[in-house]
Design a protein around this ligand. Structure first.
Ligand code: AMP
Ligand code: MG
Length: 486
């Protein structure tokens, strides 16, 4: 089996004391239900051979030779409250794979059984959330947004009890790494500076190796993570993605989106959009995400202070400056992204008010976020009606439209429209479609899931026959509520 998955183990070898070694127990009757052959290829694997062995490999029934499976320790602020011990309670890191591109990635089994971090939980995952994570991660990948990805999903043959009996499943997940803000917190709150320092060195080595020679590596690590997160969160905002549970244990050091639990794409534009049933205060609402990113980075900064400078009076202002940079960088990236979505080239002082006027119009009318930008490119191609029809207050939109057209200018409008369509997705995982395909999968019909995945592989390209995938949910659907993946 070692030839199938040539796993390496730098985490296990370098970070002794930061995890529990643990073999997966396996399951009675694993069945492969989804396999990502394209990703297997990128990882340099023999995808057909891996597919054949997938049920056994990804249920944990067969542990590849040379693998050193382990449960990672981490802590985290959950909804603002510190949980000193979280960790992989239902996941095991199998090891690392170096892909064709030379990049090292973790391979993790999620839902593989109990670990020393399971607390009261059963260590298991169920089919719905596993397929949801699979689907959402791949959707994000094809939108060009940094993300963990799914290599495979298997059902276990076991029944898992939640509100009722549900089919058990395991997700084989691939990530640049599973280092989180919470990984640093675990050791920092125990004042184990030696381990925080080893973790810092490992994170730099793995994700930001150019910092190895920096004068202040810990400060530069913070800066790099802040940059990666500013980029990531700006991309979420520009496609209307609501992560839903931005706890510090769900924020990566690599800058990839991780842990697709209660996440969903916003339909009607509103800054206060919340889908998660447990986010009653709206802490992780769409419009709060950039600020939460900064809050989480501040928690990372706290863990790094002793390494940034011996004297905290010296370290704190240095860290603060990085956090301020995050805000400025996020805002610049976001505004730049909005310019792109609206077909604006160059930078003009009126861009910011032009964007915010449109967003407040959209918010007051509950306009579908994804549809509008595609309809604006239709306007540039000479048919302004579809965009206008999205607004009932025609006068206000018409006045915005004329300012926008003036700003777009006389450049080739069809070319501008084409450029907008390469940025603004036509297809996103619409909530009602996601629910539809998961319900079908539950009854054993995976064809709708595969069809949706195929559509989402080319989110920017109009696909004949896929018209209904571009439509907002019918009025009978909703309000949409999502649940954590447990
Ligand atoms: P999550 O909400 O998936 O980010 O998980 C938060 C924490 O709860 C992590 O430490 C998970 O490992 C743990 N956890 C979630 N579900 C389970 C479960 N069914 N059994 C054990 N631990 C779990
Ligand atoms: Mg998590």
């Amino acid at each position: 089996m070692s030839a199938l998955l040539p796993l390496q183990n730098t985490y296990a070898e370098t970070l002794d004391g930061l995890y529990y070694p643990l073999e997966p127990e396996g399951f009675p009757e694993p069945t492969l239900v989804a396999f990502n052959a394209a990703l297997a290829d990128e990882l340099g694997l023999d995808s057909e051979a891996v597919r054949k062995a997938a049920a056994s490999l990804f249920s944990g029934n067969t542990v590849p030779d040379g693998a050193r499976p382990l449960a990672q320790a981490y802590a985290g602020h959950q909804f603002g409250h510190l949980s000193p011990q979280l960790g992989d309670g239902r996941a095991l890191l199998l090891g690392e794979l170096v892909g064709r591109d030379g990049k090292r990635r973790d391979l993790q089994l999620k839902g593989s059984g109990r670990t020393p971090f399971s607390r009261g939980g059963d260590g298991l995952a169920t089919l719905g959330p596993v397929l949801r994570e699979y689907l959402m991660g791949e959707a994000m990948y094809h939108l060009g947004i940094p993300t963990t990805r799914a290599l495979a999903a298997v059902t276990t043959g076991d029944t898992v009890v939640r509100d009722g009996p549900l089919p058990g499943a395991v997700l084989a997940r691939v990530a640049a790494s599973h280092l989180r803000v919470g990984t640093f917190q675990f050791f920092a709150i125990r004042d184990d500076q030696e381990k925080v320092a080893r973790l810092t060195a490992y994170a730099i080595n793995r994700h930001y190796p150019t910092l190895l020679d920096a004068k202040n590596p810990a400060l530069e690590l913070l800066r790099s993570v802040a940059r990666a997160q500013a980029h990531l969160i700006s991309r979420w905002m520009l496609v209307g993605f609501v992560h839903g549970v931005m706890n510090t244990d769900n924020m990566t050091i690599s800058g990839e989106t991780i842990d697709y639990g209660p996440c969903a794409f916003m339909d009607s534009y509103s800054k206060s959009t919340v889908f998660s049933s447990i986010d009653r205060g709206g802490r992780y609402a769409y419009g709060n995400q950039p600020a939460i990113g900064k809050w989480n980075l501040a928690r990372l900064a706290e863990t790094l202070l002793p390494q940034i400078a011996d004297d905290s009076d010296e370290a704190i202002p240095l860290a603060h400056a990085v956090l301020d940079e995050y805000t400025a960088r996020y805002e610049a990236l976001w505004l730049d992204g909005m310019r792109g979505k609206l077909g604006l080239t160059g930078e003009q002082p009126e861009d910011e008010p032009l964007v915010s006027t449109l967003l407040s119009l959209m918010e007051s009318e509950g306009v579908d976020f994804t549809s509008l930008f595609r309809q604006l490119s239709t306007s540039l191609r000479g048919d302004p009606d579809p965009a206008r029809e999205l607004f009932s207050e025609a006068d206000e939109f018409l006045s915005w439209e004329s300012q926008w057209l003036k700003r777009v200018g006389e450049q080739d409008r069809v070319k501008t429209a084409d450029a907008m369509d390469r940025i603004n997705p036509l297809y996103i995982p619409r909530n009602h479609k996601v629910e539809e395909v998961l319900a079908a999968a539950h009854s054993g019909d995976y064809a709708p899931l595969q069809r949706l995945q195929t559509v989402l592989e080319q989110p920017f390209v109009s696909q004949p026959g896929a018209e209904d995938y571009a439509q907002p949910a019918p009025p009978t659907f909703g309000p949409y509520r999502t649940f954590c993946g447990t």
